[in-house]
Design a protein around this ligand. Structure first.
Ligand code: NAD
Length: 510
């Protein structure tokens, strides 16, 4: 396809220049306008004319606006997607040609890394250094990985006593409604759109209300790479309006949802009523278990990474540290020293490790959990309060000791830079504590005992278990939830399967 239009994000936003560095706070862009919807290969304003502010979390200032889509825009996007699917420019293409285009997307992500880093950091408050090596690098790898699998979406022949040839075909589902959360906009949209496209589907993407910028930029890159008009559509807007309309749209053949357990429950119920297949990547509250035989230095590094990464706004973060009692005081002492030294600050500073939270309401929520922890008898080891900096949404990395396991602060998903630390006495007790919350997304073990690593990993209720490190993620390795963390898997061949359906063809030889 050819796309002669410029992206709405092209002109009004300052570029980063050749250095690859983010602009300093004083030269940060003050306007970001013309963020329109991408429907049927066209950049369109919301039909009802609505717009929404985009806020820079590092200052609290609005830096521009994007279109606020509603049910009418979703309707138009689904119609465009349906037309593209039915006309077949994408699903009719060979897997190999789709693979070439998806590979070009990966190349374009790398070529446009500076701009993607700038947008994602501006939108979410992510430190630029991490954003480059994590968010942007991973998004490219996800497209690269699924470009490989696009060539292998094939069925099987089946031996049967019937006098017949029987084989299966793996076919695309049709229109995929992709709904994504605020915390990893680029990675989580890629982990849906790339496998959906690899299998020949078309997509309507509704990014998170507050962090839509990279989704709009990706629409431009997908188009540039050769994805035909209408195959990927992006409608920005509120979850309760545009998201709900997508969820309920009768023209949608599959919902791929990542977000909170509360909204996920609702989405699964609505989809269930319509018998629309869904994958649900929901909340988490992972524990990391430090056994007495652990390498303490490694365990401390892993514990800190697990709760400060992405300012704790990480579904697979590790906000609960369970420590063998003989190591409890030692570990708390090391954390008290080390955590205040983690560089918190302006996300545009290349030295920053922890940036602001993505929105003021997230800081208020963390603050209320810390107050609850104190009321429950918890001891604040470090942090515990906001950090006043440039009017941004900062909260100091916080360690809380001595809470009972049934405290709300331990049991619920805080989704901020907060670590609770609790002692345990036996392996069985540690496993029971790790499994005691409603969630089951990730879990971790620190041990030098190989037998224990395998034994405990097998007993943890989680979609992924890390041993002696945290957040080791790769597009080839599936992740996903159990219990209230959802169902379905992303990444790996497992992440492609939910975007296909099997059809059996049986040919009589009589
Ligand atoms: P959220 O549930 O508030 O929103 C997620 C998406 O759903 C957004 O696009 C939102 O606009 C949309 N939405 C809201 N109401 C809707 C409705 N009625 N109908 C349809 N869509 C609706 O989640 P969030 O605050 O953006 O993200 C944080 C949550 O996501 C955390 O709970 C986190 O653990 C979870 N998460 C899970 C994973 C995972 O892989 N399991 C990854 C990242 C985040």
């Amino acid at each position: 396809m050819t796309n002669t239009q410029t992206s709405p994000l092209d002109s009004p936003v300052e570029t980063t220049g050749d250095s690859g560095q983010m602009p300093s706070p004083t030269t940060a862009p003050s306007t970001l306008e013309h963020g329109e919807l991408f429907i049927g290969g066209q950049w369109l304003p919301a039909a009802a004319g609505g717009r929404r502010d985009v806020v820079d979390p590092s200052t609290g200032n609005a830096v521009g606006t994007v279109a606020e889509g509603d049910a009418g825009d979703i309707d138009a996007a689904v119609a465009a997607a349906r037309a593209a699917f039915d006309q077949g420019p994408w699903r009719g293409m060979s897997g190999r040609e789709r693979a070439r285009i998806l590979h070009r997307v990966a190349d374009l992500i790398r070529e446009n890394a500076d701009e993607l880093v700038r947008l994602e950091s501006l939108d979410v408050g992510k430190p630029v250094t991490l954003c480059r090596v994590v968010d942007v690098a991973t998004a490219a790898e996800v497209y690269e990985y699924y470009s490989g699998l696009a060539q292998a979406v094939d069925g099987a022949t089946r031996e049967t006593p019937m006098n017949a040839v029987a084989y299966t075909r793996r076919e695309p589902l049709g229109v995929v409604g992709a709904i994504t959360p605020f915390n990893f906009p680029l990675i989580l949209s890629s982990s849906k759109i790339a496998p959906a496209l690899a299998a020949g589907n078309v997509v309507v993407h509704k990014p998170a209300d507050d962090t839509p910028l990279s989704a709009l930029f990706m629409a431009k890159l997908l188009s540039e790479a050769g994805v035909p008009d209408g195959v990927v559509n992006v409608v920005t807007g509120a979850g309760a309006v545009a998201g709900e309309a997508l969820l309920r749209h009768p023209g949608v053949d599959k919902i791929a949802f990542t977000g909170s357990t509360a909204i996920g429950r609702h989405a699964a119920a609505v989809a269930g009523e319509a018998l629309t297949p869904v994958t649900m990547e929901l909340g988490g509250n992972a524990a990391q278990i430090v056994f007495e035989d652990a390498d303490v230095e490694k365990a401390v590094g892993s514990a800190i990474k697990a709760f400060v990464f992405n300012t704790g706004q990480f579904c697979m973060g590790g906000p609960r540290l369970l420590v063998a009692r003989p190591l409890y005081d030692t570990l708390l002492g090391i954390l008290a020293q080390a955590v205040p030294g983690v560089p918190v600050g302006d996300p545009r500073d290349p030295e920053t490790v922890v940036g602001p939270m993505a929105a003021e309401r997230h800081v208020a929520k963390v603050e209320s959990y810390v107050a609850q922890a104190v009321a429950d008898g918890g001891r604040i080891v470090c942090g515990g309060e906001r950090l006043a900096l440039n009017g941004g949404f900062y909260f100091k990395p916080t360690v809380i000791a001595d809470l009972a396991n049934d405290s709300r602060v331990v049991q619920e998903e805080i989704f901020g830079p907060v670590l609770t630390v609790q002692p345990f006495d036996t392996e069985d007790e540690a496993i029971a504590m790790a499994n005691s919350t409603p969630y089951g997304l990730a879990s971790g073990i620190q041990t030098t005992n190989l037998a224990r690593a395998h034994r405990v990993a097998a007993r943890l209720d989680a979609g992924i278990v890390w041993v002696n490190d945290w957040a080791m993620l790769d597009p080839a390795v599936p992740f996903g939830g159990v219990k209230a963390s959802g169902f379905g898997r992303e990444y790996g061949p497992e992440g492609l399967a939910p975007y296909t359906r099997d059809k059996s063809v049986v040919i009589s030889l009589d």
